[in-house]
Write a protein that binds this ligand. Structure first.
Ligand code: AMP
Ligand code: MG
Length: 334
């Protein structure tokens, strides 16, 4: 009897704590047009089920929000030429997009599809002709988009593109999905746009490296944080080089000039508790540049930004401090 009792005690002492040690689960797949890496810490789950669910959610929204693929809702709206009934989630995306258009005075512009498809970076060898750019700009602008909760109508040939905000929206959905499954300590990294929750190994906040936009160093710096999304928009992500002039053209466009934004910035990293806000603002701040971008950021809540300028200097919003110790460290003052 004593021996049984001792065995039970021994079992409890050894096995119970072991079962409480969180396991590290990780999977990387191609999704959302990029490499998506999911890492989480949990005490025994059917990780295959979790990953299957997660990547099916990513796939669902990617299809829904695509402006290029014929099965997408946005594609349908763009090719409609009349009133189209709005799905609830498309309405949400539109509502957020319209808000950021207004907040950034059009630096974030979801009505630029005509211009974006003209700047077909995969196939162009030189800048499009200025006449074609002017023509695309005539058919853009939020004054040509009428929508309410139920319907949308596009006028004057305007078309929509949500490439600068959809990933943020989808990161929110992936985070919601993980939390619904009882997982709270995780990171989802969609091609460098990262949502974080809880603690790494349930012990400490997450360390996130910020890429060196010039490709010279391994990274430009890093920041330690949690329960936040960190998104970077940079001119090094997608571009082509004109073979004759050697000029480089990247994928973030100015709705004013019709050309890739030239704001003196190479990358903008944005941190927010709201992934939609982080994604939309990173693109907008890239277009605005450091001076007017920082004025905006320092006057609103829940956005912090790190600008890496083309001359290599760094400018940060008021709540972020920097320290150089070998690699650069960034802190958010709480
Ligand atoms: P991101 O990588 O989040 O900065 O988004 C860039 C993508 O958003 C581009 O590939 C375009 O599809 C789209 N885009 C480009 N310029 C703008 C802009 N000024 N406002 C909103 N979306 C844009
Ligand atoms: Mg963006």
């Amino acid at each position: 009897m004593r021996r049984v009792f001792l065995s039970v005690v021994l079992f409890c002492v050894i096995a119970l704590p072991l079962s409480c040690v969180p396991r590290n689960y990780s999977r990387t797949e191609f999704a959302l047009g990029t490499v998506v890496q999911v890492t989480f810490f949990a005490n025994r789950v059917d990780s295959d089920e979790v990953f299957k669910k997660l990547f099916s959610v990513a796939d669902k929204y990617e299809r829904m929000f695509s402006s290029k693929r014929s099965f997408g809702e946005i594609y349908k709206i763009n090719s409609s030429g009349g009133s189209v009934k709005l799905d609830g989630e498309i309405y949400e995306l539109l509502r957020h997009s319209d808000y950021y258009y207004k907040l950034t005075k059009g630096a974030f512009d979801y009505t630029l599809y005509n211009l974006i498809s003209l700047w077909d970076l995969e196939h162009l060898k030189a800048s499009p002709l200025s006449g074609a750019i002017d023509e695309a700009l005539v058919h853009s602008g939020r004054d040509k988009v009428k929508f309410d909760k139920s319907f949308i109508r596009l006028t004057d040939g305007v078309k929509l593109d949500f490439g600068a905000i959809a990933k943020g929206f989808i990161l929110q959905k992936l985070s919601d999905t993980l939390k619904d499954l009882g997982i709270h300590d995780f990171m989802v990294n969609a091609g460098g746009d990262v949502i974080l929750s809880g603690l790494y190994q349930r012990k400490r906040e997450w360390n996130i490296a910020i890429k060196d936009p010039f490709g010279e160093k391994e990274f430009a710096g890093y920041i330690t944080l949690t329960d936040a999304t960190i998104v970077t928009s940079g001119d090094y992500e997608r571009y082509f080089v004109d073979e004759t002039t050697g000029k480089r053209y990247h994928h973030i466009l100015s709705g004013e000039s019709g050309y890739p934004a030239e704001s003196g910035v190479s990358s903008v990293t944005v941190i927010s508790s709201d992934p939609v806000r982080a994604d939309a603002m990173a693109t907008a701040l890239f277009v605005m540049g450091a001076d007017s971008g920082l004025k905006l950021v320092n006057g609103i809540t829940d956005v912090d930004a790190i600008f890496i300028k083309q001359d290599g200097s760094i400018a940060t919003s008021a709540r972020i401090s920097q320290e150089s110790r070998g690699g650069r460290l960034f802190f958010i003052r709480k």
